[in-house]
Design a binder for this molecule. Structure first.
Ligand SMILES: *[C@@H]1O[C@H](CO)[C@@H](O)[C@H](O)[C@H]1NC(C)=O
Ligand SMILES: *[C@@H]1O[C@H](CO)[C@@H](O)[C@H](O)[C@H]1NC(C)=O
Ligand SMILES: *[C@@H]1O[C@H](CO)[C@@H](O)[C@H](O)[C@H]1NC(C)=O
Ligand SMILES: *[C@@H]1O[C@H](CO)[C@@H](O)[C@H](O)[C@H]1NC(C)=O
Ligand SMILES: *[C@@H]1O[C@H](CO)[C@@H](O)[C@H](O)[C@H]1NC(C)=O
Ligand SMILES: *[C@@H]1O[C@H](CO)[C@@H](O)[C@H](O)[C@H]1NC(C)=O
Length: 171
């Protein structure tokens, strides 16, 4: 049961275009990367190094029972207060979906906010496809296209490879 190269090629292109034209799985932004959610880290530097889009997740990894996560407004972020918090998480591995274009504020609610356990991120709308020529005057800059490729293309490419391999095993 040999798999013909043309079949593989066909699957590759099928999945490539399939996943390029559909929304793909979201990015999970792990706060602090391998340093996690802990005191003494400048999370502004971490946030500046990432671009967040609607549909992405932010995740907090920390010692359960020691720390926690509160979603607050700007006042809560600036003053390290959890009064009127919008939400709170305590599992030690919390995934939070960005479902809106806005600035999000998170702080730790046990006093460690004062020691840097606070992070604020701006969530961008998903880059839209280049507008039709009639809209071009006052809308998306030309750089939107590379952004889409950067955001969707690489993942689609990787997914395509996975599916091609998968198809190869099945055939
Ligand atoms: C974190 O880094 C940012 C950007 O360099 C800086 O403006 C800010 O003061 C730093 N925060 C702390 C608490 O050091
Ligand atoms: C920013 O991201 C790059 C590439 O992922 C990484 O090498 C670098 O350490 C990051 N810097 C910070 C401050 O997280
Ligand atoms: C936040 O802190 C500032 C000064 O630290 C204070 O003037 C302000 O009243 C505080 N706001 C709230 C809502 O507590
Ligand atoms: C944040 O929430 C607190 C408590 O609900 C409220 O007093 C404050 O005005 C809010 N601040 C902003 C900037 O919305
Ligand atoms: C945490 O959130 C839960 C609901 O998810 C709420 O009942 C509880 O009061 C919140 N805790 C604090 C300290 O705000
Ligand atoms: C967005 O997420 C927040 C908290 O994660 C949730 O309370 C809210 O219902 C969500 N909104 C929509 C439109 O899904």
């Amino acid at each position: 049961m040999a798999t013909s190269p043309s079949f593989l090629l066909l699957s590759f292109f099928f999945f490539f275009f399939f996943f390029t034209t559909l929304p793909v799985s979201a990015t999970d932004h792990i706060v602090g990367a391998n340093r996690g959610w802990n005191p003494g880290i400048n999370y502004t530097l971490w946030a500046n190094n990432h671009t967040f889009y609607v549909g992405d997740y932010i995740s907090f990894r920390y010692q359960k029972n020691q720390y926690n996560v509160f979603m607050v407004n700007q006042t809560g972020y600036d003053n390290c207060t959890t009064e009127g918090a919008i939400g709170n998480w305590t599992s030690g591995k919390d995934f939070i979906l960005f479902n809106k274009t806005m600035r999000y504020y998170f702080i730790c609610g046990n006093g460690q906010c004062m020691n840097g356990m606070k992070v604020s991120v701006f969530v961008h709308p998903l880059p839209s496809p280049p507008p039709s020529s009639s809209d071009q005057l006052h809308s998306t800059p030309k750089s939107a296209a590379p952004m889409i490729l950067e955001h969707l293309g690489l993942k689609s490419l990787m997914l395509s490879f996975v599916f091609v391999l998968f198809g190869f095993v099945l055939v």
